[in-house]
Design a protein around this ligand. Structure first.
Ligand code: XMP
Length: 321
């Protein structure tokens, strides 16, 4: 199936919103739909479109998979509460960590997360709520990278020949599939979402697991979660497209309190990009990099090395996994 792109420059937000509300409401009909809200701009936009189309026939869930950022569930539930959308939190931490146990290969890690979301967690929710439709914020870049074999994005099925209804027992509705990130931001703003959401840097479906090289354990996620919080605090006003901290698997010799420590390495990435297809590292002032390094090595136990990525995409990709 070829998807006709709608470029941000060609987008008529009101027309797009009206069409998608009508499409969602026709597709779901008298039934129920669910939206799995992660708090990113894509799933937030789909949730509001779904809420406008279906009202109380849309149930919205935040899946607490244990690999999200600090305070994420609370922030999202309260932001959407003030927009009149009730979000239910589902604790699925054990399911995700047991699926990820022992996996180091990046694509196997992505596959484990996909299967846990779609086969395990969403299938249970849809069964219990009597819903037949999952609304999700797949965008064109997700489809292209998956089909091109660059990275298996967590939310792409039909374009890989997988029928979600046969594989998982429910249908998937993808109102944003013709857009790229810049187009989604325009729609999000038109829908009245707050700037903290429509201008939010992207965050991947596999969450912090995309930023842990090697095995994803609760302890290793906690390290990258703390580093992410520091990086986001220090870089939020740079205007960069996306910024992140990555925990490496290799250790290096360092010195902590005068003693040798075979310690952890954190890599910082900060990207300038329009739509994530290509990206260049942001030319950050050295003072900012130096402050991030000092904070990470002093605030996180056993980190002895912080590096800044200076490679472009391609040949790099934006996330490490
Ligand atoms: P890469 O690492 O492929 O990332 O250069 C490009 C953009 O996509 C985001 N990303 C994902 N988004 N599901 C998503 O919804 C995924 O599985 C996924 N993997 C990467 C990434 O954060 C960047 O903005």
């Amino acid at each position: 199936m070829s998807i006709k792109e709608i470029k941000a420059s060609e987008l008529d937000p009101e027309k797009f919103i009206d069409e998608k509300i009508e499409e969602i409401s026709k597709t779901v009909g008298e039934g129920f739909g669910i939206s799995a809200l992660s708090g990113g701009v894509d799933s937030s936009t789909v949730t509001i479109l779904g809420h406008k189309a279906l009202g109380t026939k849309l149930k919205v869930y935040f899946i607490d998979n244990g690999i999200m950022r600090q305070g994420e569930a609370e922030n999202i539930i309260s932001t959407f509460g003030s927009l009149g959308v009730t979000v239910e939190r589902i604790n699925a931490q054990e399911k995700f960590f047991s699926a990820l146990k022992g996996i180091v290969d990046p694509e196997k890690k992505r596959e484990a997360i996909t299967q846990t979301f779609y086969k395990d967690v969403f299938a249970d929710i849809l069964r219990e709520s009597n819903a037949r439709y999952l609304l999700q914020g797949t965008i064109l870049t997700d489809v292209e990278e998956t089909v091109a074999g660059i990275k298996r994005q967590h939310n792409v099925f039909e374009q890989l020949g997988i029928n979600p209804e046969e594989a998982f027992g429910y249908r998937i509705v993808e109102p944003l599939i013709q857009l790229r990130k810049d187009g989604v931001r325009i729609i999000a703003k038109s829908l009245g979402l707050p700037e903290s959401i429509y201008n939010r840097p992207p965050f991947p479906g596999p969450a912090l697991a995309a930023r842990v090289i090697g095995e994803v354990t609760p302890e290793r996620v906690e390290i990258v979660r703390k580093a992410t919080e520091i990086v986001e605090e220090e870089l939020e006003n740079t205007g960069a497209f996306q910024y992140m901290a990555i925990l490496h698997n290799d250790r290096v010799t360092g010195i902590i309190e005068g003693k040798r420590n075979f310690g952890l390495q954190i890599e910082i990435r900060c990207w300038d990009s329009l739509d994530a297809r290509v990206a260049t590292p942001t030319n950050l002032p050295y003072d900012i990099l130096s402050k991030i390094s000092k904070r990470i090595t002093s605030e996180i136990d056993n980190v002895v090395s912080v590096t800044y990525n200076i490679s472009c995409k391609p040949p790099s990709t934006m996330e490490a996994v």
